[in-house]
Design a binder for this molecule. Structure first.
Ligand code: SF4
Ligand code: SF4
Ligand code: FES
Length: 528
């Protein structure tokens, strides 16, 4: 473990740590463009030059390993002169695009210019090189060649991570430019990551361009619900609308990346089909009602069926889109309050959905299949439930985040569950099973709720509400707690933290965990 001194601060780092990382550990920023911790080091931008005592020349921090006894200066006159020179060089041909550039507000050229240079230009505007602007280079990515600083992060990403190598640097000298190979535009499911790692406004996202200035966006760390990988993400929203998902680093799950499918998953979550009010069926129509009427109606039906046929007449199907807390709360309601063991789960992926790609994407499009099994909810109980319906023992189902009609097909659903007396559905959309429900309750989608998902490797990660559910929709935890109260008058925990605490006490797989203590990278299940 080498010990070195950076700007007078002593720091001990792991073997192999470079000077950018070592300085970071000491709370010191070394500006850099081409270095990215998820890619190989190329050392081509020279922005990270620092002074290392006893070295004859300035050294690039990204490609210099911390060594025992090293003394490094990141703010000396020599370092500052080099930083200014590099910025001046990078800006000679940079267009004056900041007012119209989508990267403004999170651009490393702007930031470093203000922090490390702030000198007026010595070059005339008229002599700037002209290169291609707003070039569609495939997928969701637009290229502005004039803004590119040739750091080669994008080319390395496609060479090293996706191994699709669509981009390269063409030409020589000040004519160098990024482009795709002839007739080979970007065509892979991870293209959005190059927009994230481009340190300037050269690569922008077609979907996001000119839609919102980044300084108006609010960031909430959460987890993608697109598949059982559960990539760590940041949700960016403004005034109740999501504008983008970006990957958040989690070494235990997704490194620095996410797939485009997950990245573009949010428009469906704010579509016109979202439910905004509780509905009940009357003469084949779904009519709106208040939550108090909806709760009274459902509780009366559960009580009546329980009295007439016994507790096992009421059951539940929990979809693997549900959080750990939601599954635990509904399981507890059905088992402990109602007294029935009739619980099944559904972990269904649409036919034709993308399969495992060996990188991040998983064929199972449910974020919490593993969480449900960790709660002891076996995946193979659906047959037992339909047999109980056929035997006249099961009369009512509470179905949460599980579109059985879509999964089984309408005819098969009716064959297996058509004899049910009552169907209470908790979901985000007026989906296929919702159309058949006696009652349909609107609940929050995953960017609108707190809780946790357990990914396929058993990593439990916290999800956080970036915005409230639409209209009168509630978090499923609130709806379940209110239903429990309507049944027995007992108050139940409604927040994800409180439900998680109860779950940690009762479920061995979550023992000794707390939602808030999961941290940004989550924790592995205690056992499962
Ligand atoms: S397009 Fe962006 S990431 Fe690619 S080389 Fe240019 S500046 Fe770097
Ligand atoms: S791999 Fe799965 S979890 Fe990760 S971003 Fe894609 S869909 Fe979301
Ligand atoms: S970050 Fe070190 S040379 Fe670019």
């Amino acid at each position: 473990m080498p010990k070195l001194t950076i700007d007078g601060k002593e720091v001990e780092v792991a073997d192999g740590t470079n000077l950018i990382q070592a300085a970071d550990q000491a709370g010191i920023e070394i500006p850099h463009y081409c270095y990215h911790p998820g890619l190989t080091v190329v050392g081509n931008c020279r922005m990270c030059l620092v002074e290392v005592e006893k070295a004859p020349k300035l050294q690039i921090a990204c490609n210099t390993r911390a060594a025992d006894g090293m003394v490094v200066h990141t703010k000396s006159d020599r370092t500052r002169t080099a930083q200014k020179a590099v910025l001046e060089f990078l800006l000679i041909n940079h267009p004056i695009d900041c007012p119209v550039c989508d990267q403004a507000g999170e651009c490393k050229l702007q930031d470093y210019y203000m922090d490390y240079d702030a000198e007026p230009s010595r070059f005339s505007l008229g002599r700037k090189n002209k290169k291609g602007k707003a070039i569609d280079i495939g997928s969701d990515v637009m290229l502005d060649q004039e803004r590119c600083i040739l750091c080669a992060r994008c080319t390395r990403f496609f060479d090293e991570v996706t191994k699709t190598s669509e981009l390269a640097i063409f030409q020589r000298g000040d004519q160098c430019r990024i482009d795709h190979w002839p007739d080979r535009p970007i065509d892979n499911n991870y293209a959005g990551n190059v927009v994230d790692i481009c340190p300037v406004g050269a690569l922008t996202e077609k979907d996001f361009r000119f839609r919102m200035r980044v300084w108006y966006l609010h960031r909430t760390p959460s987890v993608c619900g697109g598949c059982e990988r559960g990539c760590a993400i940041d949700i960016y929203q403004n005034r109740g609308r999501i504008y983008r998902f970006k990957p958040r680093q989690n070494p235990a799950v997704n490194s620095y990346w996410m797939c485009d499918e997950g990245r573009h998953g949010f428009p469906a979550l704010q579509s016109e089909s979202r439910l905004t009010t509780p509905l009940y069926q009357a003469k084949d129509l779904l009519l709106a009602e208040s939550w108090s009427d909806a709760l009274r109606r459902a509780a009366a039906r559960i009580t009546a069926l329980g009295q007439q046929f016994g507790a096992p007449a009421i059951g539940a199907v929990i979809g693997a889109q549900a959080t750990n807390e939601e599954a635990f709360a509904l399981k507890s309601l059905v088992k402990d309050t109602i007294g029935s063991e009739q619980i099944a789960t559904l972990s269904w992926s649409p036919p034709g959905a993308s399969g495992d790609d060996g990188l991040l994407v998983r064929a199972n499009k449910n974020p919490n299949t593993r969480g449900l099994s960790a709660l002891g909810l076996a995946p193979d109980r659906l047959d037992a439930l339909s047999n109980a319906v056929a035997a006249g023992e099961l009369k009512m189902l509470i179905v949460m985040r599980a579109d059985l009609v879509k999964a089984l097909g309408e005819a098969e659903f009716i064959r297996r569950f058509g004899a049910l007396d009552y169907l209470l559905v908790l979901d985000t959309d007026a989906n296929e099973i919702g159309q058949m429900a006696n009652q349909l309750w609107p609940i929050g989608a995953y960017p609108e709720i707190d809780g946790s998902f357990t990914n396929f490797k058993g990593r439990v990660q916290k999800i956080s509400a970036a915005l409230p559910p639409p209209g009168q929709a509630l978090s499923a935890l609130e709806a379940i707690a209110r239903l429990g109260h309507a049944l027995d008058g007992v108050e139940r925990p409604k927040t994800a933290e409180a439900v998680f605490a109860a779950m940690a006490q009762q479920e061995p797989a979550f023992a000794a965990m707390a939602l808030e203590a999961l941290g940004p990278h989550g924790r592995d299940l205690a056992q499962s």
